[in-house]
Design a protein around this ligand. Structure first.
Ligand SMILES: C[S@@+](CC[C@H](N)C(=O)[O-])C[C@H]1O[C@@H](n2cnc3c(N)ncnc32)[C@H](O)[C@@H]1O
Length: 316
């Protein structure tokens, strides 16, 4: 067994690896080096796969938000290594898109150029570029690298028509405080749409899918804080936030523990009982090992490993 396999195999060596890695990340960030390889990487995709992904994410935002298109001033949190979704939002009628990111995801120039050139050939897209198609020439795009969501919305009131994110809120240190700020930052009638992945993002690959919930909080925090690894804020916390937010909204389930495939987002009551039962069985096999913070959660709450949160600010 080589060293990598040995570390992966042992829970405690894996935790030790993340402690060191997080400490090194904090030092790197403190020196202003914000690059990351996290998230969907378009250099690993063929052009048609990249375009399909961009269309899917944009289509999901419209569908989840119940909107034909987004208008006005939009914030996309954590766009990853490409602004194709922002372009689709602009092409659909948004006046401007603020793309904010705590880090600077690495980009492959060739893959990026191919994507922007392909998008520019779509009807109505060419006019969105102020020069050769590329991320620096997109009219109406305001990129804020090195700006965490926790900071961007703080103090803003009634500024944005919509705030969207996918696979980002699970990386925030305090997503509920950030959601409070986002709710304030929305204009009356504004909408937010967040797809949140509650899995461990491969931290304990090869172990039970809920292994990350067995690590005590005092150890988990220094393993994850700087690197933005999953914050372990689970479905009940988002449900409570929505209930006290004063916004109209819904929380739908998009993933279940131990099931590889995503599901079409549905209310928890509408879940297929057989699928939910399989996920609950997974929970039961690890329940006695869960860290204190999760011991009081019911089986169904722990079985949910992905949600879509949609919230609309009342118009008056
Ligand atoms: C998993 S990637 C998702 C990228 C893209 N939304 C997608 O679905 O393909 C997470 C993104 O969120 C960014 N991110 C992580 N923590 C953040 C924070 N606190 N504030 C803003 N962006 C953050 C990362 O740099 C990255 O761009």
């Amino acid at each position: 067994m080589n060293l990598k396999h040995l570390v992966r195999h042992s829970l405690w060596l894996t935790c030790f690896y993340y402690l060191i890695d997080d400490w090194r990340t904090a030092r790197r960030l403190a020196r202003g080096r914000l690059e990351t390889r996290s998230g969907k990487r378009h250099d690993a995709l063929a052009l048609d796969q990249s375009l399909a992904y961009i269309d899917r994410v944009h289509g999901d935002y419209c569908c989840y938000g119940g909107l034909a298109r987004f208008e006005g001033s939009i914030v996309e949190i954590g766009p990853g290594d490409n602004f194709g979704v922002a372009l689709c939002l602009l092409a659909g009628g948004a006046a401007e898109v603020h793309a904010i990111d705590r880090y600077v995801p690495e980009r492959d120039e060739v893959a990026q150029r191919r994507i922007y050139e392909a998008l520019a050939r779509r009807p109505g897209f060419a006019a969105l570029f102020d020069g050769p198609p590329g991320e620096r020439t997109i009219r109406g795009l305001h990129y804020h690298p090195g700006t965490p969501a926790e900071r961007f919305f703080h103090g803003a009131t009634g500024r944005f028509d919509a705030i969207v994110s996918r696979a980002v809120l699970e990386h925030l240190y305090d997503p509920l405080a950030a959601l409070d700020d986002m709710a304030r930052a929305l204009k009356p009638g504004g909408t937010m749409v967040h797809r949140i992945d509650l899995r461990d993002h491969g931290m304990f690959a090869g172990h039970h899918p809920l292994t990350f919930l067995t690590i005590p909080a005092w150890l988990y925090r220094p393993m994850t804080r700087a690197s933005g690894r999953p914050n372990r804020v689970l479905m009940p916390a988002y449900r409570s936030w929505l209930a006290r937010s004063g916004l109209d909204g819904s929380l739908r389930i998009s993933r279940l523990a131990g099931l590889a495939d995503e599901i079409e987002p549905v209310a928890i009551e509408a879940l297929d009982p057989a699928l939910l039962g399989r996920a609950v069985d997974q929970v039961r096999t690890i329940r006695t090992r869960l860290a204190e913070a999760f011991g009081t959660f019911d089986d169904e709450s722990l079985a949910v490993s992905g949600v879509v949160l949609v919230a609309r600010k009342p118009s008056h």
